[in-house]
Design a protein around this ligand. Structure first.
Ligand SMILES: Cc1cc2nc3c(=O)[nH]c(=O)nc-3n(C[C@H](O)[C@H](O)[C@H](O)COP(=O)(O)OP(=O)(O)OC[C@H]3O[C@@H](n4cnc5c(N)ncnc54)[C@H](O)[C@@H]3O)c2cc1C
Length: 471
C-alpha cells in the first residue's frame, strides 16, 4: 500500500500557523501540470530541498541554464522543517563526546579528528546562515545570540568539566588548532542559577546560538530558487513520489495521478520518509534512517518573563527542553528524547519508527504545561491565554551512526540523498547543501564538508550491526 497520501491529517505547528500570507507558498503548483522531464528533480521541500534548490540555481551553479523541479508530497515545510524548535544552533563541545563514542554505545564511532571536523562544520553553518539572511535580505525572524546549555545533575557537571579539558586539548592538536573555542563554562551553581533563572542549574556552558522562523526560512529559500534569473525552477506541492525506476541514463519518478517525471539527476531530500522509497532495500540504507516522533509547543510567558524580563538566550537543558524566545509569540520549546524516556513519559517503541505527525500525546502536553512554572525561578501564576497555548508534533530522522547521509547513493548512478540529522538539521543543512550543490557541479566531494557524511556500503553495514540500539 503506498505511503502517500497519508491517511491522517497532520497537526499544524506554530510556524505553519504564522506563515499564511500572500508570500507563503501554500498549495504552490498544486494544480499545475508536471513537466515530462527536468535536469534536476529534488524530492522534498523542507529545508534540505529548499536550500539545495537555492544553491543549485545561483549564477554559475550547476543548474545554470537548466531546469530544476522541486516536488513535495504535501506543502512546503510540511515535514520536520516546518515543525521544529526554531534553533539554528551548533552544539557545544559536549556533542564531541557523542560523535566520538563507539557505535555500540550509541555514538557516532568517529575518530577525534572527524568529530572535531563535524563540530566546526555546525559552527560554520550558523555564520553562513547569518550571512545569507543578511545578503539576501530575508525576513525570517533571524536572531543571533548565545545559548545556555544547562546541567542539572552532578554526573553531567563532572562530564562537562572533563569534556571541556579533553576537547580543548583535542582541538589544539587537530588541523583546527588556532580556531577559537567559542564556549565558556560557568562551573559555579549560584552563578549558573542566576544566569539561567533556573533553580535546578548546577553549571552551564555559554556558546553561539541562532534561531529563526523555520517555515518562513524554508519558504524564503525556495522563493529565491523559484525567482532565479539563471535557472528555471518550479515547485509542485501535493505531488508525492510513489516510486522511482531507472530510465535511460536517468530516473523516472512515478508521481501517481500527477504523472511521471524523468531526470538525469534526482536528489532525495525526504529525510524521515526516505525509507518508503526503498521498500525492498537490503543494503541498510532504508533502515539507517529511523523516523522518530517529536513534539514541541508554544508557551506564552506571564509578565514575569516578558518585556525587559524576557529570556535573552536560547536554552538546552539537561532533562529539560530545547527552547527559544520568539520575537513576539513567547517561547517555543520541546522535550529531548531522554526526558521522555527517563521521565517514563514515553517508551522507545512509542517514539522510534513512528511517522504519524497527526498525534500529540497527553504525557508531553502535561510536561509542556508544567515545565516553565516548575523550573524557571519566579515564573509565577499564568493568566488566561498564558502558558501552553499550542502543541504539535513532527517526524525527525535519527541516523543510526549519528551522522547525516549525504551524496550519491551507492549503485544508483544519478541518485543523490541528503538526510538523517538526528533532530539537529537546522544546524547543518544550509551549509551542507551548499557543499552538495558543489559536488553536483564538479562531480567531486566538496573537501569542506566532512567526508564521513558520504554514503558508503561499509558505513551502512557497520551501522546495521548496531541497529538494535533504538529498540
Ligand atoms: C519537534 C521537532 C523539533 C526540532 N527542533 C529542532 C531544532 O530546534 N533545531 C534543529 O536544528 N533541528 C530541529 N529539528 C530537526 C529538523 O527540523 C530537521 O533536521 C530538518 O527539518 C530536516 O529537514 P529536511 O528538509 O531534511 O526534512 P523535512 O523537513 O522532514 O522534509 C522532508 C520533505 O520531504 C517530503 N517528502 C518525503 N517523502 C516524499 C515523497 N516520496 N515524495 C515527495 N515528497 C516527499 C515531505 O513531505 C517533507 O516535506 C526538530 C524536529 C522536530 C520534529
Amino acid at each position: 500500500m503506498p505511503f502517500w497520501p497519508q491517511p491522517y491529517e497532520s497537526t499544524t505547528s506554530h510556524w505553519q500557523q504564522t506563515n499564511r500570507g500572500p508570500t507563503s507558498l501554500w498549495d504552490h503548483g498544486r494544480d499545475a501540470a508536471l513537466p515530462a522531464e527536468a535536469d534536476y528533480v529534488i524530492v522534498g521541500a523542507g529545508v534540505t530541498g529548499a536550500s539545495l534548490a537555492y544553491h543549485l540555481t545561483r549564477p554559475g551553479a550547476t543548474a545554470e541554464g537548466k531546469r530544476v523541479v522541486v516536488l513535495d508530497a504535501k506543502d512546503v515545510g510540511s515535514g520536520a522543517s516546518g515543525r521544529n524548535g526554531g534553533h539554528v544552533s551548533p552544539r557545544s563541545f559536549m556533542y564531541l563526546s557523542e560523535l566520538w563514542a563507539p557505535l555500540e554505545h550509541g555514538g557516532g564511532g568517529l575518530s577525534m579528528e572527524q568529530s572535531v571536523e563535524a563540530w566546526f562544520f555546525e559552527l560554520d553553518n550558523l555564520e553562513y546562515i547569518e550571512r545569507l539572511v543578511k545578503d539576501e535580505g530575508l525576513d525570517v525572524d533571524f536572531w543571533r545570540g548565545e545559548r545556555y546549555e544547562v546541567f542539572t545533575s552532578e554526573e553531567r557537571v563532572a562530564e562537562n568539566r572533563a569534556a571541556y579539558a579533553k576537547f580543548t586539548t583535542a582541538i589544539a592538536a587537530s588541523r583546527f588548532a588556532g580556531r577559537k573555542l567559542p564556549w565558556t563554562m560557568v562551573d559555579d551553581p549560584a552563578k549558573a542559577k542566576e544566569l539561567s533563572r533556573n533553580d535546578r542549574a548546577l553549571a552551564l556552558n555559554i556558546g553561539p546560538a541562532g534561531s529563526w522562523h523555520p517555515h518562513r526560512g524554508v519558504t524564503a529559500l525556495l522563493r529565491l530558487a523559484l525567482g532565479s534569473t539563471t535557472s528555471k525552477c518550479d515547485f509542485f506541492s501535493w505531488c508525492p513520489v510513489q516510486a522511482f525506476a531507472r530510465a535511460g541514463d536517468g530516473w523516472a519518478l512515478d508521481c501517481g495521478e500527477r504523472g511521471t517525471i524523468r531526470a538525469k539527476h534526482v536528489i532525495l531530500a525526504t529525510n524521515a520518509y526516505t525509507r518508503h522509497l526503498f521498500p525492498g532495500d537490503t543494503t541498510g540504507l532504508k533502515d539507517h534512517l529511523v523516523p522518530t516522533l517529536a513534539q514541541a509547543g508554544r508557551v506564552v510567558p506571564p509578565a514575569s518573563f516578558a518585556g525587559p524580563r524576557a529570556l535573552d538566550h536560547t536554552y538546552a537543558v539537561e532533562l529539560g527542553p530545547y527552547l527559544i524566545q520568539t520575537p513576539h509569540a513567547g517561547l517555543v520549546l520541546g522535550p529531548y528524547i531522554d526526558v521522555l524516556e527517563k521521565g517514563r513519559i514515553h517508551s522507545r517503541a512509542e517514539l522510534f519508527y513512528q511517522d504519524d505527525d497527526s498525534k500529540v500525546t497527553d504525557g508531553v502536553r502535561r510536561w509542556l504545561q508544567s515545565y516553565c512554572g516548575d523550573d524557571f525561578t519566579g515564573w509565577g501564576q499564568e493568566g488566561p491565554g498564558e502558558g501552553l497555548v499550542h502543541h504539535w508534533s513532527g517526524i525527525l530522522a535519527i541516523s543510526l551512526d549519528a551522522q547525516p547521509l549525504v551524496g550519491p547513493v551507492p549503485d544508483h548512478p544519478g541518485l543523490w540523498l541528503a538526510a538523517g540529522y538526528n533532530g539537529h538539521g537546522m544546524a547543518m543543512i544550509v551549509n551542507l547543501t551548499r557543499s552538495l550543490a558543489s559536488h553536483l557541479k564538479t562531480g567531486e566531494w566538496d573537501a569542506y564538508m566532512p567526508r564521513h557524511y558520504a554514503i558508503t556500503k561499509e558505513r551502512l553495514d557497520r551501522a546495521q550491526k548496531h541497529a538494535d540500539k533504538l529498540t
